[in-house]
Design a protein around this ligand. Structure first.
Ligand SMILES: Cc1cc2nc3c(=O)[nH]c(=O)nc-3n(C[C@H](O)[C@H](O)[C@H](O)COP(=O)(O)O)c2cc1C
Length: 171
């Protein structure tokens, strides 16, 4: 079985995205990383922030075969925490190229929750385009429409199906 990490970027540490991510983690034996536990500053053209927590976090994530990015839909996009992380991926194309090369050959997927039945296409497209650019294979998205608080009973069938599909795709 491939080693899986789930990277959560959300404003609520006990929110809907966290609940969904925890369920998928339990099913797939994945390890959860929460961006709120790291100090990662926005992209800097001079890379003066290269000593913050971004590079150590990437090094940890690179020890996994598959990385799941978990973000709620905030204003049709990924969360701000996740966007800062993706902006910082640019460091891997300039100053830490050896880590960027290690990303190739990894695979990724997305976990998300939102208050619309179907997420805007733009939400997933940003991930798809970014993975494509980075040479990371994309394996799809598990999305749950949460009108209020996430209740597994409302989603168990579809989440199990999608999680099983992911597990099969990773074998
Ligand atoms: C700042 C903010 C912006 C949001 N924007 C959207 C949106 O554009 N589309 C959507 O479907 N839901 C939107 N929502 C609803 C959240 O995606 C939804 O409640 C989600 O389950 C929250 O996840 P969380 O508990 O992990 O933060 C937004 C919520 C917040 C707080």
């Amino acid at each position: 079985m491939k080693k899986i990490a789930i990277l959560i970027g959300a404003s609520n540490n006990k929110g809907n995205t966290r609940s969904l991510a925890q369920y998928v983690a339990d099913k797939t034996n994945a390890t959860i990383y929460n961006l709120n536990n790291y100090t990662i500053s926005p992209f800097d053209y001079q890379h003066k922030n290269i000593d913050d927590d971004f590079i150590p976090l990437v090094e940890s994530l690179l020890s996994y075969d598959h990385i799941i990015f978990a973000s709620p839909v905030y204003w049709y996009c990924m969360s701000a925490q996740m966007k800062v992380f993706f902006d910082r991926m640019s460091d891997l194309l300039h100053v830490k190229k050896e880590l960027g090369r290690e990303l190739r050959g990894k695979s990724s997927s997305v976990i998300s929750t939102g208050s619309t039945v179907n997420p805007e296409r733009s939400f997933e497209e940003v991930f798809i385009n970014s993975f494509d650019y980075l040479g990371v294979k994309y394996k799809g998205m598990i999305y749950c429409y949460c009108e209020h608080n996430f209740d597994l009973a409302d989603h168990e069938k579809i989440v199990n199906q999608k999680t099983n599909e992911l597990s099969i795709a990773l074998n």
